[in-house]
Design a protein around this ligand. Sequence first.
Ligand code: ATP
Ligand code: MG
Length: 568
Amino acid sequence: MTDSSSATNAESSRPTKHFIEQAIDADLAAGKTNGVVTRFPPEPNGYLHIGHAKSICLNFGLAKTYGGQCNLRFDDTNPSKEETEYVESIMDDVRWLGFQWDSLHYASDYFGQLYDWAEKLIQAGHAYVCDLNAEQTREYRGTLTEPGKNSPYRDRSAEENLELFRKMKAGEFPDGSRTLRAKIDMASPNLNLRDPVMYRIMRAHHHRTGDDWCIYPMYDWAHGQSDSIEGITFSICTLEFENHRPLYNWYCQSLGIHHPRQIEFARLNMTYTVMSKRKLLQLVKENHVGGWDDPRMPTISGLRRRGYTPESIRNFAADIGVAKFNSTIDVVRLENAVREHLNRVAPRRMVVFDPTKLTITNWPAGEVEMVDAINNPEDDAAGTRSVPFSGTLYIGADDFREEAPRKFFRLKKGGAVRLRSGYIIDCHDVVKDDDGNVIEILCTYDPATKSGQDNSGRKVKGTIHWVSADHAIPIEVRNYDRLFAVENPDQTAAGQTFLDHLNPDSLSVTEAFAEPEINTAAAGDRFQFERLGYYVVDADSSDKQLVFNRIVPLRDSWGSMVAKGKTN
Ligand code: ATP
Ligand code: MG
């Protein structure tokens, strides 16, 4: 597995550069910048999700492509929602994805500098203290179709503003009673330029600065200046910040400081899930899932616990690319990325669900033969393992029919099949219980057909997997499915919420029987259960019982099931 390996540059094999690379190339060629410094700037108010992974791969990927740097910066300007737990999980997730930041920063480290710059803007006549409350501020702002009105406090002198702002900082005014605002243009068609708030009064305990401050900078005032302080050259963000760009530019220009170039790209939206942190938090807080790392969550920690590899997520990000227009990506592309990777690297194991006993009537009584099984047909270096074969086996109930249609190539009465890594067997009879259910399948084996040594010339259409009944290890399997039953859970009818779209069958727990080699598995190990799907050992496993999470089935069966109107 490649968990510990660092990110390879999957992007470099793309034939054409995406629009952000083209913009960077142009700036480099024009001498507007002489290097590439990017950052990933999460707000520590929740766990990262697959959308953040796209942004991480993009920002760290660009730094790598251009031999530049990428910082991790916590945009921690809103103390009421931020917690240290989130900071730690974010660092874990970035590292797990295979990236290492060049330096680590917190916007809160810049509170002092931001304050000084605010005084500078006040002195230059570009900012003022406003006594309108939140509701009045909204009223004065106007709408998309109507210009705003100037605040009655807009024309205070620089001296008065400075004195009031210092008193705001000193805690002389109640929360929400005043703000510091940039003096730009209340008639601007861009609402972000209608004298945006720079500071609010808020007595809240900050996860790093404690109670040092009772005024906190707004996102726009903190973000661009933080970029500037760190010498970021390309500040890459999602499209909803496009109309914040003029404000970003205004602040940098008014202060006369290093001016990064903001470039926007489309955020990732994906089918069958929600991606807003508020909704993810709600799923956790209301116990619709087991936690942020529930294997059904689109969080990076959820995907990790589900068994996704970092490489598969990076490949997914490279596959979907970077665009300027919003779209929704089919979750099947994410699922295919992990299938494709695990097909190459996951060892195979035989595991039987819903077991039916199969007795080989001509097998020497009590004999056990160790047969060689190939660990991974895609990887010769993975070698082989020994699997015990005996006269009493289990096969999956699905792999047998007493009477079967012609195209049924598994085992049927009167038919033959190959047991993977074992022998060809012929079924001659069945034993039934009083209700007529098959409880035992009676077969003979053909000693001349041993896998790897078969020169009998016999051919059969099907190969099925099996375990030896006396040697089988019972395991718990958690078969996870999509958390939501509809493609777009955010789209709701009147009176509904996204929670009404939860898939009631997103988890089914079952017991299965595995070949004994499974006992060497440790938490985090991933396997292909032959003919079934990819599975990972969950951390809930104990010495007594291994617990597996289904990562993905071998093939995408969801599409066809939805077509048939069943989703379980
Ligand atoms: P949410 O709206 O869910 O709370 P956010 O955008 O506020 O998410 P941040 O922590 O501010 O989350 O995001 C950190 C970085 O990740 C930002 O640069 C943001 O643009 C980017 N990002 C967030 N969501 C996505 C997404 N779905 N696709 C791509 N990038 C994203
Ligand atoms: Mg945000």
